[in-house]
Structures are given as C-alpha cells and as structure tokens.
Design a protein around this ligand. Structure first.
Ligand code: TXA
Ligand code: MG
Length: 357
C-alpha cells in the first residue's frame, strides 16, 4: 500500500478506507482528504507513528499537530469534560463537523507528547468530509494530522499535491479529489473572556461573531495579543520557489494603479530574462495575458471562496512553470470573510513582500 512515486490509489474505495484505518491502528501514517486540505494522519497516542509524520514532512518538532476525531464523544479520552467551557461547547455545536480547530487543555499523558509539542493544550477538530469521517470512525483512535505537504510548501488541495511532496515517505494516500474550502481550519482558543483567533481559516470571523455574539474576538496576530499565536505561524510557509509580491490597491476603489504596477514589473522581469507569473481575477486576466508567461485566476471578483479553493494549487503551478517573478493581486478582506484567511496565507507565501500602490 506504500505509494511509489507518481502513482495514486484512485478513487478511494470502501476497501481503501478499511485498509487505511487498519494502517493507522498499526502505527502507519496515511494521507487523507478533509474539507480544508489533505492531512497526514497518525494515531495520536503512538509516539513512534507521530514521529514519522514529523519526519515525512520535515516539520520542526516545536510545532504541535491538530487532533482529528469523528465524534465529540471521543474527546473524553484526552480532554477532561470540566475543562470544556460553555463557549467551547457552543463553538463545537455550531461548527463541528467543519473547519474550526478548538484549543483545549489536554489530559496529561493521554496523547503522545509529540502531538502537543510539550504544550498543556491540544487543538481538536471534526473534519467535514465523508472520507475523513469514515476513516476516523473506522480507525476509532484520535488521529493527529498536520497538512500533508512538505514543511514550508503550499498545503495540498489534491491527492496529486500530496503524492508530489510525500510519495515514498508515507504508507498510504486516500484520494478524495480536490478539497472544498482550500485553506486550513480556523484555530481558536477561548481565554480570559475572549475568543482568540490563532489562525484565520475556513470558519470566518463573521461566522464566529454570529455564533458567539457576546464574546469579543481578539486577533492573536495583532501586536497586543495576550496569547501566543499558533506556534506554526512563525515559520515560513506556503512559499513558491519564485519571488512572490502581493499588490494591493491603496485606494480600494481604484485598481488601475495595481494593473499598471504589475504590468511594469512584468516588463522588467522580461528584460531581466526571468519567467513571470500573475495571480489575478477572471475579469483581469486579459490585462496580463500578453505580458506574463503564466496567468492564473482566483476565479471571478467577489467570490473569495473560489480564491481560497484555488490559492495553493496556483502557488504550486507557478513552481511547475518555473516562474521566477510572481505578482498576486490582493483579495479583498473587508467584512470578516474568507478573504482574511486567503490574505493571511498570501502574505506568508510572499514573505510579507506587499506593495500598496
Ligand atoms: O485544516 C486544517 O487544520 C488541516 C487539516 C489537515 O485538518 N490541518 C492543519 O494542520 O492545517 P497544521 O499542522 O498544518 O497546522 C496546525 C496549526 C499550526 O499553526 C499549529 O501551530 C496550531 O495549529 N496548533 C496546533 N495545536 C495547537 C495548540 N495546542 N495551541 C495553539 N496552536 C496550535
Ligand atoms: Mg500546515
């Protein structure tokens, strides 16, 4: 069942889910689709298995993993019931299964210490994907699963992405096609009467505010954050090989400066003999078609969910096209929608190279 480079088990069958669950129970590491991105799973109680996940990804050991379960009743095995407050309960009821990871105090000794990277807390979620749920149910153990990419690369939104990064390093891969949300789960922690967003993601700020209207939402990436950010947020992430710059309009209503800036950069790249790429919207593709070696689209303007779905595939496609100079239009973030998560990932991918024009 080990995947040799370039081959996939496609499409995933009942049989494949059963085999994958058995592998997990035997200490194997298996990639599987979720509604956000593909995860690389291991039995969260087995240190040797979890260690293999870190090794396959090349992941720093101080970055904890999210634990995936199929049913809230599985929580009791590693989180004390009285450690789960009213606000957390309401979050779980509102968003599970779904792209929300809730950070809770972990019961000492219940999980491999590698999962929590030595923290006293654990991030937990129930993914909203039929294959993931079938696998988790059948494995019937808590499954630690980071995104199934090599550390530092864009997260995988298709089985092909996983195979490109991890073939030969993992025991199996369930192919569920392209993932729906396209960016990772939102990671939150309730603390000191506030909801701290440690990582923006598939559940939007708008949705969180609607579910818990009385709880103030703190952005843990803000300078005044009282709680450390999700440890993973400090690492370089999602970066393509080329030099990516995000171009944002200083006046949101005026896009002509963005277009002119990108076109000038593309001409400069051509003069320098560099291959170039642009990530833009359907409506703007024609502005760059003649100037760039590869033009990719987020989808139409005003459809940030499509931008989220396509972002990581686009970043990988620039690598495949060997684009050295990449320009990405900013995605609107106003209103607390999914655009916030897209821009969070894009800024990291660009190493915070953002120009306002
Ligand atoms: O959508 C997702 O969340 C995907 C799928 C596979 O479920 N998983 C994922 O895992 O993105 P990973 O390992 O790539 O990102 C986990 C993030 C990291 O930023 C990590 O630092 C944070 O969650 N995290 C995990 N446990 C934490 C904890 N106890 N406290 C704070 N942050 C935590
Ligand atoms: Mg990741």
């Amino acid at each position: 069942w080990t995947i040799p480079p370039g081959t996939l088990d496609m499409p995933a069958s009942e049989q494949a889910v059963t085999e994958a669950a058995l592998l997990l129970r035997q200490g194997g590491i298996v990639a599987f689709p979720t509604e956000t991105v593909y995860g690389l799973g291991a039995d969260a109680t087995r240190t040797e298995a979890v260690g293999r996940v870190f090794e396959a990804k090349g992941r720093p050991s101080d970055n904890p993993l999210i634990v995936h379960i199929a049913d809230p009743s599985q929580l009791a095995a590693f989180v004390d019931a009285d450690a789960v407050g009213e606000a957390e309960r309401r979050l779980m009821a509102a968003f599970w299964p779904g792209p929300l990871t809730v950070v809770l105090p972990v019961r000492p000794g219940a999980l491999s210490p590698l999962v929590t990277a030595g923290l006293t807390t654990v991030g937990v979620r129930i993914p909203d994907h039929p294959l993931a749920l079938a696998l988790l149910r059948r494995a019937n153990v808590p499954v630690a699963a980071p995104s199934a990419n090599r550390s530092g690369k864009p997260s995988p939104t298709s089985a092909q992405h996983v195979a490109d990064d991890l073939a030969g390093r993992i025991d199996g891969l369930l192919d569920g096609g392209t993932t729906g949300v396209g960016v990772e789960s939102t990671v939150v922690r309730v603390d000191a009467g506030a909801l701290h967003v440690l990582r923006p993601g598939g559940v939007t700020r708008q949705q969180l505010a609607a579910a818990l209207p009385e709880l103030p939402i703190r952005d843990a990436t803000a300078a005044d954050a009282e709680v450390p950010r999700a440890p993973g947020m400090k690492y370089a992430h999602y970066a393509p090989q080329g030099r990516l710059t995000v171009v944002q309009p200083a006046q949101p209503a005026d896009r002509s400066a963005v277009r002119d800036y990108i076109r000038a950069q593309l001409r400069a790249a051509r003069e320098a003999g560099e291959r170039s790429g642009v990530l833009t919207f359907d409506e703007h593709v024609h502005d760059f078609a003649a100037e760039a070696d590869v033009v990719l689209s987020y989808g139409p303007l005003g459809a940030p969910e499509q931008a989220a779905q396509r972002l990581y595939d686009a970043l990988r496609a620039f690598d495949a096209a060997e684009a050295a100079c990449i320009l990405a239009e900013a995605v609107p973030e106003a209103g607390g929608g999914i655009g916030e998560a897209v821009m969070n990932r894009l800024r990291k991918a660009a190493g915070h190279r953002i120009v306002f024009v």
